[in-house]
Design a protein around this ligand. Structure first.
Ligand SMILES: [Cu+2]
Length: 121
């Protein structure tokens, strides 16, 4: 009897592991494809809706740009105050539910289009 219960528990754990593998098929998307984070982003992501848990990757030359996660007001006004600043040159962000706003806070880059909003569902 004890042995049967152990087998049932083992099978239940294995089932959980398999289900987790099936639901965690997150994709990685590079901002503006091969062009990376910068000017002339061609409207990226062009209306695409991401899955929560997908990864958005911001690639750029260190020092040329940075990436700041801001709120809608910061996005609309290109104001990075209070935002989370990332500057590794290869910043990877997990897509949360809702809209997330990203801007570059160097010079007038944001006003010149180095900004993007992504939607996760
Ligand atoms: Cu920039």
């Amino acid at each position: 009897m004890y042995r049967v219960n152990m087998i049932k528990i083992f099978l239940a754990i294995m089932l959980c592991v398999l289900l987790r593998i099936n639901i965690s098929n997150a994709d990685t998307f590079s901002v503006d494809g091969a062009n990376g984070w910068g000017f002339n982003m061609n409207g990226w992501p062009n209306g695409k809706i991401f899955d929560v848990g997908d990864v958005v990757e911001f690639k750029y030359k260190i020092g040329m740009h940075n990436m700041v996660i801001v709120n809608k007001l910061g996005f609309d006004s290109c104001n990075a105050t209070g935002g989370e600043v990332l500057s590794s040159g290869d910043d990877q962000v997990l897509v949360p539910k809702g809209t997330t706003y990203f801007i570059c806070s160097i010079g007038d880059h944001c006003a010149n289009g180095v900004k993007v909003a992504i939607i996760g569902k």
